[in-house]
Design a protein around this ligand. Sequence first.
Ligand code: SF4
Ligand code: SF4
Length: 149
Amino acid sequence: MRQQFFYDHGLRFQCQPACAACCKISGKVRVTESEVSRMAKLLRMPETAFKKTYVNETETPWILKERADGACAMLDEQDRCRVHAERPGQCRRYPFWPEILANEFTWILEKQICPGLDVGELYPWRRIEKILKGEDEAGGFPPEPAVAE
Ligand code: SF4
Ligand code: SF4
């Protein structure tokens, strides 16, 4: 029998326009080799140059570098993700991360960062668990609503 979780009635999430708060917070954005390849291709950069500029290869798994202000290095001056169409899976799954979904308190705590929690589209638990398994992604994340692609 399936264990009960606080999100069994679903959770609401809608990325908010002109935000990008989650991209501005210092943290580890983990990337795989194939994600790096796709991002480099999108920016029309040789992979070696892309890695030198944007990837910290001393960490395992690799992580994206940060700007001096702690924001993700892929965030441009207009708060747009330079690699939005090929952003890493970790970004695509936010805010449905295991640590945020650990319990109701961790979800509520994340609201201090993300104004998109508990508003907008309802994600049923089945979809949430698919996102957790990497089989689906959260729609509209970020900062897509803030930019015209
Ligand atoms: S997911 Fe959207 S609303 Fe939430 S912090 Fe990130 S950019 Fe802001
Ligand atoms: S969405 Fe883009 S800018 Fe934001 S954390 Fe992910 S890669 Fe960085």
